[in-house]
Design a protein around this ligand. Sequence first.
Ligand code: 17E
Ligand code: FE2
Length: 414
Amino acid sequence: MNIINARLRGKTGLYRIQIDGQRIGAIVAQSAVIQATGVTDLDAGENLVTAPFVEPHIHLDAALTAGEPKWNMSGTLFEGIERWSERKALVTHEDTKTRARKTIDMLVDHGIQHVRTHVDVTDPSFAALKAMLEVREDTRHLIDLQIVAFPQEGIESFKNGRALMTEAVAMGADVVGGIPHFENTREQGESSVKFLMDLAERTGCLVDVHCDETDDPQSRFLEVLAEEARVREMGERVTASHTVAMGSYDNAYCYKLFRLLKRSKINFVSCPTESIHLQGRYDGYPKRRGLTRVAEIDRAGMNICFGQDSIVDPWYPLGNGNIVRILEAGLHICHMLGYEDLKRALDLITDNSARTLHLGERYGVEVGRPANLLILSAPDDYELIRSQGHALVSIREGNVIMQRSPARVERLLG
Ligand code: 17E
Ligand code: FE2
């Protein structure tokens, strides 16, 4: 199979991408637009062909539970955790699998093929984790799923938290999580980070910590995580999610912090729609945006990407799987609508996210890599955002797994 008349990010002109079985066999420059020949060609129509979109941060175990049994009325993270704790008591194996599968379908419909999901393991029954380990296998033909052992109610401040984390990794979680800002004391927050880094180092897991997801400028567990990563030389395998307290740090502290962050080589995930909704809730006016310093992290040469976090759960009532919507919102909220940012905006939901997930050579439009590709509805990053475009075709290991027909509008008067 060939994809013809394709534009590639960072390159000029048109290309033919030859797919040999499950791999990209060749990428050949075309001198002009060519005609498709039957079923062997997919015509990109002079639009972008990219590697799949990535969802680097979502909670599939909680998806589609908003309002069950009660709605989050304050819109805060902390009420979300309370509401989820009530819903968690009702979680079953089948309920989790059904909701996760529905949500994965939404992601696939928007061109996502790589997903990192946090799964709450502060539950001695491990009902959600057991279900999600099955979902990881059941959906391999659609997505690569990384499972984070996520201690929603704390490692130190939840009963047997350390043992639950250790057991979750032994059961097959890929990534070690944490939530230091939610632990009862600062000491517990610090010791939880040291514990989870030990666990990851011992088991070879990646690390992704919900870190400083609060407007409290005193929440400074990011420096602990970064220093642990630096000393152990694990930074490229470590991710700090949210870090929204950084939006409230003063510049003097942040200047010093950035030196450590750069040396640590850790990755960052921001969930802009979630954070603009959950944070700033204890402010009057002026009201903080409650996001991390996305543009500044990017400008400093560090790796940052965007995630959706929630789809219709106790923390966020909306969401439909469309990561381009998150990108558009994030660019607005983070003051990143400058031309230079728009030109390369897709980095934030493709290459940067793939680096966060440590996908290495399993990802990218390069000869020899898996034929996991999207045909988009626009010729470049800027136009995809402006037109609120979509992935029109999603190809996985050489097979078309999703095709979207663009909406057709009829003008009745000129
Ligand atoms: N849990 C948490 O601690 N923070 C979040 N943003 C979500 C779940 C969605
Ligand atoms: Fe999260």
